[in-house]
Structures are given as structure tokens and as C-alpha cells.
Design a protein around this ligand. Structure first.
Ligand SMILES: *Cc1c(COP(=O)(O)O)cnc(C)c1O
Length: 382
């Protein structure tokens, strides 16, 4: 008989997991609410257990509330925000469709890359990182390109800017075009009115403004997007994210599609429950108050903010790195010496800004005080 040899473990005496406790004030993840982590410990149920299906129904109802939408197809995608992003693209685009994408930061570019992979004829409208599109600029681009879909990033996490949405939905209807919106860094922390804004497809994540762990991501599509889905000539090119199939698991048919990450759904349910208990408008107010407290503290230290006040996000602030300071070294010392994580700049803003997130559970005065105190020690002369 052939003898098979065992490959020995690489770490034979590995200790149980033990990691430092950090205050996560970067672009995400943010710290999950302790009650959310507690809920995640609940033993798993089968993904077709009636008790678990009840949890899924509650998640759907809670998501409609925090997004301010009545869309029946409002679900959590198993995966991070990028999976939910891909779900909007995969279900709305057919090869050859003209898609206009607003690019004013890193995540606009990710949408361009993704839409291209699904065969879209991608056109872009661009702005320097940190700025937003005016309605007139969007109208001019719509007139030039006449797209089937306009995709925008509401809260551009790479720049800290918030795209104004007034009038955009009407513009899209005038041009018979779907409106797709990234609300990853706004949902829960900044006002979002999906139905009033006329948004047809949107996605988010769990680990930013919702105060949850990553891995179960909000997705929604309205009637006009459903109609386009039903009129497709080609199958949705992504089996895992096909809403024709996922809708049957989340809807009344309850057809097996994939094994839901049940503990993450417990966590998301608890995070959303807490948000509903607080009241969504109170959460928006809390985020706004704490971020204004942060801005005032940073400006008191002589630091400058990258985005014009009118367009700043309540969830993510870009702070200019002062002349002569080493942005990476300071972020590293914040982590090593103070257990605080902040983010560096991406793309056009690499080395020029730090990114400070005050999202979900972390949008608290104590978080701001801890960060300001640490920065005072690390930035000489501040
Ligand atoms: C974080 C983020 C994403 C991606 O979400 P993941 O959960 O990291 O996959 C997409 N868009 C924006 C604007 C983001 O901030």
C-alpha cells in the first residue's frame, strides 16, 4: 500500500488569537458596536430555518428604513461592499449599454473598471479629487452621452466629499436613464433619501456607518431597475450575485441559493436594530455634531481640511498633511503608540492628506478627544 506522508503544521504551537484593541478612525472598518459583536456569538441556525428567515425579513425591513426606500428587493449581499457594488453593475448592465460614471475619486474609478468588465460602453465625467459635480455639469454630460445608466458615488471615501443629489433623479428620468448610487460611506451617518432622490440601484456596506463587522452588504433596486432586469436578452453574467436567483431566496419562494453567513446577518440585524432604536435622523445629527467638533479641534491645531465646508462628509474627513510632516510615519505612530488607526491618502491625494473616519459606533466625542490628544503629542508645535 502506498504510504501517504503528512505535511506538518507550519506553526505547531500557535497560541489562541490575541490582538491589540484599536480605535478604528480610518476609512473603514470602524469599530463594531459591542452589542453587535455579542449578537454575532449567537449559535448559527440553518439558512432555511423559519427562525432565520424571520431574521432576514427583519433585515430587509430595517434596511428599507435606514435607506428611506420602499423597494421590495432590498437585501444583504453576502460579501463586503464591493460585492454589493458588483451586484448593482452585474444586474443592471448588458454588454454594449452606455454607462456614464462620475469619477472624482478612487471609488468612481472602481465603478469604471467593473462596468467595463461587464461589457458596458463606459463614459466618464471627472472632477479633481475633493470636488463634486453640479447639476448643470451632470446635465451637460447626459446630453452628450445619453447613457442608459448614470452611476455616482454619494460619499467618496477617498476624498471626503459628499455629492449633492437634489435634481439628479429627475434628470435621469428626463433622459430615461437609471440612477445607480454608491452609499457605502453615507448610509447610517449622512442623510440618504433613496426614493425621494429617485435612485434606482444602490449599495452599501456593514462596517462603516452601520457600526457592524464587514461581510454582509446592503443592496437595493427599484421598479425601473427591475424592469430592465426582466427585459434582459443575456443572463446576468455573475451567478452568485444574480438578483433573479437571490430574489427567490430573500422573497416568498425561499429557494436555496447559497449558505448565508448567518452570524454576520445576526450582527447586521442588531446594528440596524440599534440604528432604528436611536432613530435614523438622530444618528445623522450625532454624526454631524461629532464631525464638527473634530473639524474645530483640527483647525485649532492649525491643520487644514481638504474639502470645502459645504461639501464635507459627516463620516469621513480629509486633513491636509502639514509641510515637513511624514504622513505615513505619523499614522504608524498613532497605531503603535496610541492604538488609533487613521487612513492615508489614495491616488491624487497620496501623501497629501490623512483620512479620519467617524462612523457608526465610533462617531462619539470620546473618539475625537482621543485622536486630538494623540495628534497634539505627535505633531510638534501643535
Ligand atoms: C469602502 C468602500 C467601498 C468598498 O466596500 P468594501 O466593504 O471595502 O468592499 C466602495 N465604495 C466606497 C465609497 C467605499 O468607501
Amino acid at each position: 500500500m502506498q504510504t501517504l506522508s503528512i505535511i506538518p503544521p507550519q506553526f505547531p504551537n500557535l497560541a489562541p488569537l490575541s490582538l491589540p484593541e484599536r480605535l478604528l478612525l480610518g476609512p473603514g472598518p470602524s469599530n463594531a458596536n459591542p452589542a453587535v459583536l455579542e449578537a454575532m456569538k449567537t449559535p448559527p441556525l440553518g439558512h432555511l430555518d423559519p427562525a432565520f428567515l424571520g431574521v432576514m425579513d427583519e433585515i430587509q425591513a430595517l434596511l428599507r428604513y435606514v435607506w428611506q426606500t420602499q423597494n421590495p428587493l432590498t437585501i444583504a449581499v453576502s460579501g463586503t461592499g464591493t460585492a454589493a457594488m458588483e451586484a448593482t453593475i452585474a444586474n443592471s448592465i448588458e454588454p454594449g449599454d452606455k454607462v456614464l460614471i462620475g469619477v472624482a475619486g478612487y471609488f468612481g474609478n472602481r465603478l469604471v473598471d467593473m462596468a467595463g468588465r461587464y461589457g458596458a460602453d463606459v463614459q466618464t465625467i471627472t472632477k479633481p479629487w475633493g470636488q463634486v459635480f453640479s447639476l448643470a455639469e451632470l446635465r451637460a454630460a447626459m446630453e452628450t452621452h445619453r447613457p442608459r445608466i448614470l452611476a455616482l458615488v454619494h460619499a467618496e471615501t477617498s476624498t471626503g466629499a459628499c455629492q449633492p443629489m437634489a435634481g439628479v433623479g429627475d434628470l435621469c428620468r428626463e433622459f430615461d436613464c437609471l440612477l445607480l448610487l454608491d452609499t457605502v460611506t453615507s448610509l447610517g451617518g449622512a442623510p440618504v433619501f433613496l426614493d425621494e432622490w429617485g435612485v434606482d440601484l444602490a449599495y452599501s456596506c456593514s462596517q462603516k456607518g452601520l457600526g457592524c463587522s464587514p461581510g454582509a452588504s446592503p443592496f437595493t433596486m427599484g421598479d425601473r431597475a427591475m424592469e430592465k432586469l426582466h427585459q434582459r436578452n443575456t443572463k446576468v453574467a455573475n451567478w452568485y450575485l444574480d438578483m433573479n436567483l437571490l430574489g427567490k431566496y430573500w422573497g416568498s419562494e425561499r429557494v436555496y441559493h447559497h449558505t448565508a453567513p448567518v452570524n454576520l446577518y445576526y450582527a447586521l440585524r442588531e446594528a440596524l436594530r440599534l440604528l432604528a432604536e436611536e432613530g435614523i435622523e438622530n444618528s445623522w445629527r450625532r454624526h454631524q455634531q461629532n464631525v464638527e467638533y473634530l473639524w474645530a479641534g483640527l483647525e485649532d491645531m492649525g491643520l487644514q481640511l481638504h474639502v470645502d465646508r459645504e461639501f464635507r462628509l459627516p463620516t469621513l474627513t480629509t486633513v491636509k498633511v502639514p509641510d515637513g510632516a511624514d504622513s505615513k510615519a505619523i499614522a504608524r505612530r498613532l497605531l503603535d503608540e496610541f492604538n488609533i488607526e487613521i487612513g492615508g491618502g489614495l491616488g491624487e491625494l497620496a501623501g497629501k492628506v490623512w483620512r479620519v473616519g467617524l462612523m457608526g459606533f465610533n462617531s462619539r466625542k470620546e473618539s475625537v478627544d482621543r485622536l486630538l490628544e494623540a495628534l497634539r503629542q505627535l505633531l510638534p508645535g501643535k
